[in-house]
Ligand binder design. Structure first.
Ligand code: 4AD
Ligand code: MG
Length: 486
């Protein structure tokens, strides 16, 4: 019996592999499962390009080298038809992947009929058309590259937190109350009662932080944003670390270490994808370069780079050492904006006390080649849970991280109010339903500690790292003010 089994498996059948791993099979025949990405014919030669999700490879099909049937099948194959191709792997310096495939045979899984060709072609399509066909658009090399980098960013972000002692704790998505302000809540009917889709896991992970010390959440969050900008989605993914006994300075160091790690990992593993997207990698290299390559705009006569404040110990161990990002207080950022307005660089003069608008953020972040940490905004424009600055109670101990090249806010965070009385009065002042916040107040009744956290929107980070115009390309299926299809 054993002998018979041996006879059937001693495979002369070529090994099944992927284009990404094809280099390990040089000189041998392999099978690839994929799709026809492109086809060029030149007399008795066919040049099909195959893709399999892991990459693309050009095949060579000389008429004389294959059967009539194989030649005709490939010659008549339509783009995006699914197939299994067998061929011999040959190194070729000119090929983008370094290899070509001398095709031996092909098995077509589904040939797309000529009458209904794949709708997305190599010609230019409008954005509306592409978004309408997003379920197919994701197959194109640029979109696939973006999704692969998105996956790396998520993994790098999680690895950084996992390796620094943070435990993943998942907050609920259906919630009874607002976290980030009542105007952008998505209501859902919950067995006859009103509930909401979560805007942020923060309040819940403050609870798990008091249990586990350092925690994070990663999941979908929802904002009924009426804004139609290149930075806003109604459904986006947020990663939120929260740590006990961490102050604002510790939090800023954490943000620096976190972003440096993410950018380094993308540069390490995805130069090929960055090239497909057309990203200027020098911009990313500047982000992780040592701190002194950081030059604030020469026209700004302020102390742009604030030193670490004395007395902060909780930031120890985070951050990349001498690789700090520039830090600006709100007041310094405001001065920078007034100066820019006076010189005619921005149209509207920033009003002291107001939050920064998109053009303001764009201007500030354009002054640096690294992400810039803007801290201590006026408490009045920020969330109810932010700890006031002991040196100036009109300011919140908060930080927004603005990505360079005009990308604007990618991270928002703060130290949290830890006093029961202050938190209670904040909930009242913001007209939030006290009943729904009793559990949150419990966190200040029982062993309250100073603690801090931030949230990073994955899509904003992907848009910046990939250098994209709009966040709609950073997530497989974007949800925006006027799109919920497909
Ligand atoms: O600044 P936000 O609103 O902060 C919070 O939600 C805090 N509770 C987070 C925390 O401290 N744990 O949002 C955090 C980040 C923003 O910096 C941005 O990257 C992203 O979430 N974000 C959005 N991304 C896409 N579309 C939107 N509509 C977004 N709103 C926020
Ligand atoms: Mg924010």
């Amino acid at each position: 019996m054993a002998d018979e089994t041996n006879v059937t498996v001693t495979g002369t059948e070529p090994a099944l592999t992927t284009i990404a791993k094809i280099g390990g099979h040089e000189g041998r025949s392999v099978r690839l499962e994929g799709w026809l990405y492109n086809l060029r014919a030149s007399g008795k030669l066919l040049f099909p390009i195959f893709r399999d999700g892991s990459g693309t490879i050009q095949g060579i099909v000389p008429k004389a080298a294959v059967s009539e049937e194989v030649f005709e099948t490939i010659k008549n194959l339509t783009l995006e038809s699914s197939l299994t191709v067998t061929g011999k792997v040959r190194a070729d310096k000119r090929a983008p992947s370094g290899y070509e495939l001398d095709v031996e045979s092909i098995e077509v899984a589904q040939r797309i009929p000529d009458e209904t060709p794949f709708p997305i072609t190599l010609k230019e399509h409008g954005v509306d058309f592409l978004m309408e066909h997003r379920h197919l658009w994701v197959r194109t090399p640029r979109q696939s590259a973006i999704l692969r980098i998105r996956a790396e960013i998520i993994k790098a972000a999680r690895d950084y937190l996992d390796e620094n002692g943070f435990t993943l704790t998942d907050p609920p998505i259906l919630t009874p109350a607002a976290c980030e302000g009542t105007s952008t809540l998505f209501p859902v009917e919950y067995f006859g009662e009103e509930a909401f889709l979560t805007q942020s896991g923060q309040l819940y992970i403050e609870s798990t932080a008091l249990a586990l010390g350092k925690v994070y959440s990663f999941g979908p969050t929802f904002r009924a944003e009426k804004s139609k900008t290149r930075r806003h989605l109604t459904e986006f993914w947020m990663i939120e670390p929260e740590a006990c006994y961490m102050d604002l300075d510790g939090l800023m160091s954490l943000a620096e270490g976190f972003l440096t790690h993410i950018v380094s990992r993308v540069l390490e593993a995805h130069r090929g994808e960055l090239k497909v997207i057309g990203r200027d990698v020098a911009r990313l290299e500047a982000v992780i370069a040592p701190a002194n390559s950081n030059t604030p705009d020469a026209s700004f006569e302020g102390d742009g780079l604030q030193p670490v404040r004395e007395g902060s110990t909780t930031g120890a161990g985070f951050g990349p050492g001498g690789n700090r990002f520039p830090r600006l207080s709100y007041d310094q950022a405001h001065a920078m904006l007034l100066d820019a307005h006076a010189k005619g660089f921005i149209e509207n003069a920033h009003v002291y006390g107001d939050d920064f608008g998109s053009p303001d953020e764009t201007y500030i972040s354009n002054q640096f080649n690294k992400p810039v940490l803007v801290h201590r905004y006026p408490a009045a424009v920020k969330a109810f849970y932010m700890q006031p600055d002991p040196l100036d109670a009109t300011k919140a101990l908060c930080v927004d991280v603005l990505a360079p090249e005009g990308y604007g806010e990618i991270i928002g965070g703060s130290q949290r109010v830890d006093s029961y009385d202050l938190l209670k009065s904040r909930i009242e002042a913001h007209n939030l339903p006290m009943d729904a916040f009793q559990w949150y107040l419990d966190l200040r009744r029982y062993g309250s500690v100073p603690h801090s956290g931030f949230g990073m929107g994955i899509e904003r980070c992907v848009a910046w790292i990939c250098g994209l115009e709009h966040v709609r390309e950073t997530i497989p299926f974007a949800r925006t003010l006027n799109r919920i299809y497909p």
